[in-house]
Design a protein around this ligand. Structure first.
Ligand code: CAO
Length: 419
């Protein structure tokens, strides 16, 4: 048995944020029915295409374990079918632009009237307020949620990060909201509306930076390199480069081969608790007792000197040798892994974090499997559906249409070219 077995999800999501949410629910066992515009489908099917004619990796990697029905709810027949889906499903998930679902005639009020037990979950760029009507993409959310202003180096422009914290991050937040609402429904018998704004999701992940914003009132942020360098702080949290955010000084340092390999680097943290071991490992044992070096606070104005010395040492070995040398001493280090190295890591395939998925149009591809492991709810990653692959199956098996009624719906064009 799977954790969410028996839960039916009407998946009205597209692009990245919503699909990551419903993909997780599908991996936990929910029956996810992806509703797509006839003949077109989710726009990502045809974005960043690498195999001509086949669904893109962008689409396939975000829509595993789902079924696809083509449906245009803007037609009379399409409205009837969508109404039946709302009646049948436990959860409706959507991430259309603000107002799009209302314009289709499916406002939250109407949806509740059709099915009072349904949970309706929405992702929008912003919560209620002056920007509530804006369309929002990943990097806009990273900027509006405080991530970009606090990422990068002090003397450079704000930076966005490659991790999709606005899209996939908000999808994760929404998934938690949905299972929480399902849990509450067990007791209340009622559905509810679950909302996650991308700005809020990013801000939640940038929480430590709002912490630092308030700490500024009490004085400079001593763990930031800028403090040791004697550069005054302004009135907003500055970009901290690769400083570690947890109060323990840390940097990215060069390793052997950095001249040719852009990822020959390691992260290196000098936690107070292992300072003596760091001194021994890098060959500076006198720093353990030396004035200005022995105490963590005294080291703050010498971080550049200290990390330069550690880097002289890390540059003598590969990032993996640094890891192998430091780990036995509990010195926290981490190699900067390229996507190529990650994709070649057999250990990640063994745990199901990476999976090889066969696909009829594009052949086998590598995807990220379910990153959350449940001991009693196994995940088998299935390929994403072709556009409208399950239209007939969903109309008949899930919604119970048959005979002339089924023929009429198909003939109306509301469900595309049914295979
Ligand atoms: N049949 C017929 N019409 C359909 C349909 C279907 N199955 N599915 C969607 N449509 C229609 C919508 O009703 C809408 O029509 P109207 O504008 O006439 O009401 C139209 O398609 C476009 O939908 P959209 O506005 O959501 O799509 P967009 O490409 O213009 O905008 C996005 C995309 C992502 C900016 C917007 O949906 C949005 O802001 N979503 C919320 C935030 C979000 O999730 N962003 C993350 C995106 S991933 O980076």
């Amino acid at each position: 048995m799977k954790a969410l077995e028996g839960v039916k999800i009407l998946d009205f999501t597209h692009v990245q944020s919503g699909p990551t949410c419903t993909q997780l629910l599908a991996w936990f066992g929910a029956d996810v029915i992806k509703v797509e515009r006839p003949g077109v489908g989710d726009a990502t099917r045809k974005q960043l295409v690498d195999v001509p004619g086949a669904d893109s990796l962008y689409f396939t990697m975000l829509n595993h374990n789902k079924r696809s029905i083509e449906l245009n709810p803007k037609t009379p027949e399409g409205k009837k079918v969508l109404t039946r889906l709302v009646e049948e499903c436990d959860v409706l998930v959507e991430n259309f632009a603000p107002g799009a679902l209302d314009r289709m005639g499916f406002s939250w009020e109407n949806i509740q009237t059709i099915n009072p037990r349904i949970i309706m979950a929405s992702i929008k760029g912003f919560g209620p307020g002056k920007y509530q009507d804006c369309k929002v993409y990943e990097n806009v959310a990273q900027c509006a949620g405080g991530s970009a202003s606090t990422t990068g180096f002090r003397d450079g422009p704000p930076l966005v990060t490659g991790a999709q914290i606005g899209d996939s991050g908000t999808g994760l937040h929404l998934a938690l909201g949905i299972v929480t609402a399902l849990f509450q429904r067990e007791k209340s018998g009622r559905g509810q509306k679950v909302s996650a704004a991308m700005q809020d999701g990013v801000l939640n992940l940038a929480r430590v930076k709002l912490r630092d914003q308030q700490r500024l009132a009490a004085g400079p942020l001593e763990e930031y390199s800028q403090f040791g360098e004697g550069i005054p702080f302004g009135d907003a949290v500055p970009r901290a480069g690769n400083d570690s955010g947890g109060g323990q000084p840390g940097r990215i340092l060069k390793c052997k081969g950095w001249e040719q390999d852009p990822n020959a680097y390691t992260y290196f943290i000098i936690q107070a608790a292992i300072w003596d071991k760091v001194c021994d490992v890098i060959g500076e044992p006198e720093w353990k007792t030396k004035d200005g070096f022995a105490k963590p606070k005294d080291r703050l104005d010498k971080l550049n000197q200290i990390f330069d010395r550690i880097e002289q040492w890390t540059m003598t070995m590969t990032k993996f040798e640094v890891m192998d040398t430091c780990n036995p001493h509990d010195i926290p280090v981490g190699p900067i892994l390229s996507m190529k190295e990650i994709m070649e890591d057999e250990g990640l395939y063994a745990t199901g974090t990476l999976v090889k998925v066969p696909h009829p149009e594009r052949g086998e591809y590598v995807s990220v499997g379910c990153p959350i492991k449940l001991s009693d709810s196994d995940v088998k990653v299935e390929r994403s559906p072709l556009l409208g692959e399950h239209t007939r199956q969903i109309l008949s098996d899930v919604l119970g249409y048959a005979g002339t009624e089924l023929d009429e719906i198909i003939a109306s064009g509301a469900v595309g070219e049914v295979k």
